[in-house]
Design a protein around this ligand. Sequence first.
Ligand code: PLP
Length: 383
Amino acid sequence: MNCTTPVYLDYNATSPVHPDVLEAMLPYLTDRFGNPSSIHWAGRQVKGAVEEARERVAQLVNCRPVEVVFTSCGTEADNMALRGTVSASRGRGNHIITTVVEHPAVAETCRMLEREGCEVTRLAVGRDGLPDLAELEAAICDRTILISAMFANNETGTVLPAAEIGAIAVRRRVPFHCDAVQALGKIPVDCQTLQAGMVALSGHKIGAPKGIGALVVRTGTRLHPLILGGSQERNRRAGTENVAGIVAFGAACERAAATLAEGAARMAALRDRLEEGLLRTVPDVTLNGHRERRLPNTSNIAFHGAKADSLLASLDLEGIAASSGSACSSGSLKASPVLAAMGIAPEAAAGSLRFSLGPETTVAEIDRVLALLPGIVARLRSS
Ligand SMILES: *Cc1c(COP(=O)(O)O)cnc(C)c1O
């Protein structure tokens, strides 16, 4: 890496822990070490902090605190929603409806459930990344036990019509699980509006550390636990609580609630600066995903005739961290299933990069990318 300050534009992968969040959690890694289930002073000291954090998470997503179940991450929350619903629905059906653009936390769980005997319908999406709601209506049958659809896509930032899906689910009396991990802190996530029985959240995408998430389980939702043991989280998720992580998640949610609107406007302006700059200076560039219905921080851009891994390596040499729409497995890049599902040509998908901005992103950082990337693309296209 060269000597200039690094530029981090991969906030959809993870975000740095915010200093205020770190400060809030630190006492729970040192002095306040008790187990919240203990009734002595050490336990009492931390029990209140866990419940306060639960209130902060609930406040951000407009649900009741008792409906927040803390998990080890967003992936666990998704696994719990899917497997817990299937387990609680024995005898009433085995059909799950989901979309082709889900995060692996949902997609891979659905694949395994399919091998275990479930029937899975995956709704297609258009070029804009949105599913057809008429297709959803048509897919629902009397064996349907769950609809699982994400709120915002992690690769393209496209915002799915989650509230409309929720309304259909309520009308057809099918439980709805919404993976809102990528939407949280970037656009309003309101459990009442979404009408979802379950909503998956994660801490590390919004300035809390890795290893803490939550599944909102609305009152009345039938769900079996994924992890069995003690009676933590009202018997819905056993295991001694990650107290420091929970406190941090609460602090991050409180911050997100206070800064959401202003942060979104700031990020959208910087994202537009990046996109307009690249469209102006680099030939043969297209934007992937819906033009309006999208997160304020995410830009997925196809550099036709270039290879994403080479682009990323060249950017990395300049200290710029971005991402491709592809999952890197054992050193070989395979095309992103999300971009493929949107009907984006393999050639364009292979040259697509995701830039995801955060609250800390600056104009200078965007301008550094704008100064370097056109030259990198030109060089790689001609090589
Ligand atoms: C990151 C992410 C997850 C997984 O969350 P972790 O806390 O990293 O396990 C799930 N769904 C979406 C949409 C995500 O972006």
